[in-house]
Design a protein around this ligand. Structure first.
Ligand code: ADP
Ligand code: MG
Length: 254
């Protein structure tokens, strides 16, 4: 049965999308059958994996409001073993449309349950919000990865996120675990980056992944080619870091 992992942090620009698409591609390269779910209306994972969101007509939005079956919405990617459930700007409206539904926090869980057995890993790229779609993602998940940028105010907002996770564990998904805190955009030359690494380790100890994602230009340019970094430049530091992270996570299910 597939392990469902949300990539969440309500702060924007911390590396959620970069992690979702590149961790997913690295798991696929390790021959784990992987689905990446784009749960952000900005659809950056969708475009980053080579699909134009404006041309997508069957997205997670249609699945969640019951207009399409999930199998009709899943798209292939250029990477073997990697599929995509794309997003669309329409997903913005889903939160409002779903307000009156019963079990509105459990729509994504219902949708994903149909295909959960087809994959080893299902990664969900969340929007920078703690709104209904993100709550759906966390309710559907076995665990959550929290990317933290090695920058000023790195820990800002983490309390709120951890609090939301506790509420979800109490009310909606008792089995939700924290897969790990992932340090991103690390720059070895910056004292600040090293301070953040120390601070996060002091606070969160063994909740922090061993792998640290460096700041690497190949990671920021690969989406403009519609490719994960492991295809764009397999030898780059960014590609090697996400491959290490995939091994760290893969080892936990073996
Ligand atoms: P989020 O999804 O949390 O908003 P993104 O993954 O989109 O964050 O990252 C924000 C920006 O930082 C993007 O332009 C992305 O290309 C860039 N970025 C993310 N991680 C790295 C990294 N490790 N090295 C260099 N640039 C990065
Ligand atoms: Mg994003």
């Amino acid at each position: 049965m597939g392990k469902i992992i949300s990539i969440a942090n309500q702060k924007g620009g911390v590396g959620k999308t970069t992690t979702a698409m590149n961790l997913a591609a690295s798991l696929a390269v390790l021959e784990y059958k992987t689905l990446v779910v784009d749960a952000d209306p900005q659809a950056n994972t969708t475009s980053g994996l080579g699909h134009n969101p404006r041309e997508v007509t069957k997205s997670i939005y249609e699945c969640m409001v019951g207009k399409e079956g999930i199998r009709d919405c899943i798209m292939p990617t250029d990477v073997n073993f990697l599929d995509l459930l794309p997003s669309h700007i329409n997903l913005v409206g889903a939160e409002i449309e779903m307000v009156s539904l019963s079990n509105r926090e459990e729509k994504m869980k219902q949708v994903l349950s149909e295909i959960k057995d087809d994959y080893d890993f299902i990664l969900i790229d969340c929007a920078p919000s703690l709104g209904l779609i993100t709550i759906n993602a966390l309710t559907a998940s076995d665990s959550v990865i929290i990317p933290v940028q090695c920058e000023y105010f790195a820990l800002e907002g983490l309390g709120k996120l951890l609090n939301t996770i506790t509420i979800i564990q109490k009310r909606l998904n008792a089995a939700l675990a924290i897969e790990g805190i992932l340090l991103t955009m690390y720059d070895v030359r910056l004292r600040l980056s090293n301070q953040v690494v120390e601070e996060v380790h002091t606070h969160f100890k063994d909740m922090v992944f061993e792998t640290i994602i460096p700041r690497n230009v190949k990671l920021s340019e690969s989406p403009s080619f519609g490719l994960p970094v492991i295809v764009h430049d397999a030898e780059s530091k960014g590609a090697l870091a996400y491959l290490n992270l995939a091994k760290e996570i893969g080892d936990r299910i073996n």
